[in-house]
Ligand binder design. Structure first.
Ligand code: ADP
Length: 542
């Protein structure tokens, strides 16, 4: 017997409809690419998204077409997303930090037919557009006055193009499993792989993201998504923001400490989300200027492991709650978030930081397990680590075009490629990427643990641990360190600091000092190039 409840397909444009009706006057503030701060509202964004939809349809685009965006976080980018999804087309966020050839490869793989591009990236697009066979429309996210001279074919200024529509348009209606968005993982090895979100997965993910022990958003919040829309959907904030009616503050292209501080302060931001490097820049700026954070209540930190020192500083010096989070493009992207369950609420000091250093537990809608190499489930004891596998309604069940099929099993589990353990309270902790883990004498050493420990040293700005071949042990850890400006710690200083805080056999065999550690397009340490850089390195212990 079926239930007698209504069919109400979970379509993304319902989010912006809701925002318009319930939170129409709530502001969306952007640092525009042209320079000034511009203010709009959810009602205005809704109206302009309808115009985008109408205008795209007039240009001949419709159901299933991939429409790229190469843009920073701004209100215009949000309008473009909803307009694209509202005709059943698919927004495809491109990461501008990738190499131009990689972006062209991705656009060809997705067969993007049109692109919304920020002024910043027009020169980049000019270099590759000729190589993208499917591309037939370029919409530059600016007005006529700022439209640059360009060699791009069929290029038009967004505001001019939009002015040709009146917004008298009804969203298209289709099955909730219809594709809504697309994002490629940066793929440190091999070609990038496309993840194809559906309307249903986006809406469910927005609900999961907003829950109290996830991001915990309310309409009274002022949310600043520093994490880019091109990096795993701005962690869902482009959908959960309108759903909740939180005021949004969009940082545009400026993410340095001073620029982020200015927005936090003038817009009275209560909530923000970004990768650790952004927060390091902000904290350094605050230290230099002596400024405080009177409005900010909570920051979600993820994308890479959040060093304990960042959590401690935010909470002790600025009274801002830190929520460590883990996820990935394939998970829309939220997987786990670290808020405190009742049994941990009373913890203080180091014991509290120990829990907060974990990546946390999943909201309803994400199942997880850790397994050994033979897919046997491992105990939740907080120390036995293995392959982290997940499933849920906002987790990919395949990559676009069928790449990476070996990561998906018959029971619906997706192998994240991460190595983790889960404790008896259900808190997961990432110890490594499967391909980065150091195998010493048949046992695994967590590079993340070593790195987090090393950056706790007051003279260390950044640290990365990699495995170096060793004739006796197979591999042993080398710690690569960037010192803080004006500081020159010695190898002995760092090893003495770490000693006693990890198992003896985990201790790095050597420390190498470098000026800079390479990063990927999503801000993670690029272990592949670091390993290449140290491929002829001989450990003193060998
Ligand atoms: P990309 O590979 O394109 O950077 P993602 O941003 O989707 O793609 O990266 C997801 C990966 O980032 C995860 O599989 C994990 O290895 C890493 N990661 C994300 N958050 C954390 C975290 N809090 N701690 C440790 N690693 C993390």
């Amino acid at each position: 017997m079926l239930g007698l409840m209504q069919e109400w397909p979970l379509l993304c444009h319902k989010l912006i409809d809701h925002a318009e009706r319930q939170h129409g006057s709530r502001e969306v503030v952007s640092r525009s690419i042209e320079g000034p701060i511009v203010r709009t509202t959810f009602a205005e964004i809704h109206h302009r998204a309808l115009k985008v939809a109408q205008r795209l349809e007039r240009d001949g685009f419709g159901l299933g077409d991939r429409i790229a965006t190469l843009a920073w976080n701004t209100a215009r980018h949000i309008e473009a997303w909803y307009g694209i999804m509202g005709i059943g087309a698919i927004y495809h966020t491109l990461n501008p930090r990738l190499f131009p050839e990689q972006i062209a490869w991705i656009m060809n793989n997705a067969e993007d037919k049109a692109i919304f591009v920020d002024l910043t990236f027009v020169p980049l697009l000019e270099k590759i557009a000729g190589a993208v066979r499917s591309l037939r429309r370029v919409i530059v996210l600016t007005d006529r006055a700022h439209m640059p001279q360009t060699s791009l074919a069929n290029a038009v200024a967004y505001e001019e193009w939009l002015a040709e529509a009146d917004g008298a348009f009804a969203w298209k209606v289709f099955d909730e499993n219809t594709a809504a968005g697309m994002c490629y993982t940066s793929g440190t090895t091999g070609d990038p792989k496309g993840v194809l979100y559906s309307h249903r997965s986006n809406v469910l993910h927005a609900m999961m993201a907003a829950m109290p022990d996830a991001m915990g958003l309310s309409t009274r919040d002022v949310a600043l998504p520093v994490v880019p829309m091109f990096h795993a959907n701005a962690w869902g904030l482009g959908q959960s923001g309108p759903m909740i009616g939180a005021k949004l503050v969009m940082p545009g292209c400026k993410m340095d400490g001073a620029s982020i501080y200015e927005l936090l302060d003038t817009e009275k931001v209560t909530f923000s989300a970004a990768v650790p490097t952004v927060w390091m820049m902000l904290l350094q700026y605050l230290e230099e200027t002596g400024k405080k954070l009177p409005y900010l209540k909570k920051v979600v930190i993820g994308g890479a492991s959040c060093p304990r020192a960042i959590t401690a500083k935010f909470q002790d010096d600025y009274d801002v709650q830190v929520v460590h989070a883990w996820g990935m493009t394939e998970m829309s992207p939220l997987g786990t978030l670290c808020t405190l369950k009742p049994q941990y609420e009373a913890l203080t000091g180091e014991a509290r930081l120990d829990v907060q250093g974990k990546q946390g537990f999943p909201p309803f809608g994400v199942e997880m397990k850790v397994t050994d190499d033979d897919n046997n489930a491992l105990p939740w004891d907080g120390k036995t680590f293995g392959h982290l596998k997940v499933r849920g309604p906002a987790v990919a069940r395949a990559y676009y075009g069928g790449a990476g099929a070996e990561q998906f099993d018959a029971d619906g589990w997706f192998d994240t490629g991460d190595v983790a353990h889960i404790d008896a309270s259900g808190y997961m902790q990432i110890t490594d990427r499967a391909k980065d883990v150091i195998k010493s004498g048949g046992e695994w050493i967590s590079t993340i643990d070593l790195e987090n420990l090393a950056v706790g040293h007051p003279d260390v700005a950044e640290a990365a641990a990699i495995g170096i071949p060793h004739s006796k042990w197979g591999e042993r850890p080398l710690l690569v360190v960037v010192s803080k400006p004006g500081r020159a710690p010695s190898k002995g200083d760092i090893l003495t600091f770490m000693s006693g805080k990890v198992a003896k056999w985990w201790m790095p065999d050597d420390v190498a000092f470098v000026g800079e550690i390479p990063h990927t397009a999503t801000g993670k340490i690029q272990k592949t190039s670091l390993r290449a850089q140290f491929k002829d390195y001989r450990l003193p212990t060998d």
